[in-house]
Ligand binder design. Sequence first.
Ligand code: NAD
Length: 477
Amino acid sequence: MKRITIAKGDGIGPEIMEATLEILKAAGAPLEYDEIVIGEKAYLSGHTSGISPESWDILRKNKVFLKAPITTPQGGGFKSLNVTTRKTLSLFANVRPIKSYHPFVHTKHEKMDMVIVRENEEDLYAGIEHRQTDEVEQCLKLITRPGCEKIVKYAFEYARTNGRKKVTCFSKDNIMKQTDGLFRKVFNEFAAQYPDIESDHMIIDIGSAKLAEQPENFDVIVTANLYGDIISDIAAQISGSVGLCGSSNIGEECAMFEAIHGSAPDIAGQKIANPSGLLQGAILMLRHLGEGEVAAKIENAWLKTLEDKIHTRDIYDAEKSEKLVNTKEFAEEVIKRLGQQPEYLSAVISERNEVIQFHKYERKTSKKELKGVDVFIHHGTGDAVAFGDKLKEAGTDKLELVLITNRGVKVWPDGFKETFCTDHWRCRFMTKNEETIQNDAIFELLKSVHEHGFDAIKTENLYYFDGERGFSLGQGQ
Ligand code: NAD
């Protein structure tokens, strides 16, 4: 027996969890459960992240968590429990298999069968945001080498373990050459280590358009957190079956499994919800636990139920469906079919257990040379020429002003008068003759900038790593 943690969540959560547990029991899944209370009740009893310290202890002990959807109360102060759980337990990979079930569930895309592997811990979701001037807010996009290596390796390992043929990377490295550039670079490094798996890359915008138009051309997609969040909802929606999708959140120690939909307060208590999304989460969990045989037994019975046109209200079609069932009845129909195989939809093979090797990250240090600094200045007037000429006087023996950009566009020297300027200026000071400096040269510069009457709000050091530039050039530089 394996002991896992469950949470029944809010809204339709308890109804779909009950149906899912009935099916797991009838299929002989060797599981025991510890239940924790999360979500609305926990938020309202004063835990701003929606979970109590005792529940964390249970999650950490059992390591595997099957979670029904929860309601996040409206209003400030409440943090997303999903984001908190993923980051606290280092669940770095969000894996969403998305399929269409034509002709049994209405879809525009009959041959869709893809898996989106989304990085789950970093990117803009680090949540590091600041207001810097009257006019400008900033959100830091953090992309790390260990984060990229872990998710990219996971995607290739997932493909190999699950008999998938191709991994496509989505990024925007033509614009974000450092952050997305690193993601793509790491993707290329790992692609070379998996010659048995086809690999390609698409810019996220055209990639998303092609995904919406021809999803049958995609197999496994690996991408950064925000892009993955958006495309996985698009993919689930166009498959015609948001209510049928489950997802896993995988870490080296712990894992969390869930439906992708929310707590559906509009139908809560009516006992008509489709339990399939959470059941798909449970099937992913069984594979993760090495219970591939039970997982396949349940999935095949579930496919057969769909094929027999026994449908809950969300997928019921008066012309195509045979029988409209409620949550409990749907579970009973799946249970009746345990041991049966689907006839039209592809049956699932029982041996397929997910035993994925995690990446062992090795930290490397480089030769780091400080060659300059970007000083960000809050300055109210839009006259870039006057501003630049005056700021130039703040240069020191070691550092000279070479460039000013506003929202990334060069405005000094030789800017265009047409360029609109906000009150947030990035002022690049570089060393003379490419000399390498220490931090004290920057402190001296900042003192001078202050003494010349400017409001420095932030700095970014400009480094070369092993001789390679570690910062982007300004547009027009
Ligand atoms: P939702 O997914 O709960 O509902 C969207 C629509 O889909 C509703 O019309 C609902 O009735 C329907 N629906 C959803 N699941 C269904 C199912 N299993 N069977 C039949 N119909 C189903 O999205 P929402 O209304 O935007 O969010 C409601 C609450 O859920 C919010 O508090 C939100 O924060 C939360 N939420 C939680 C999670 C999670 O816990 N993983 C995910 C998304 C949203």
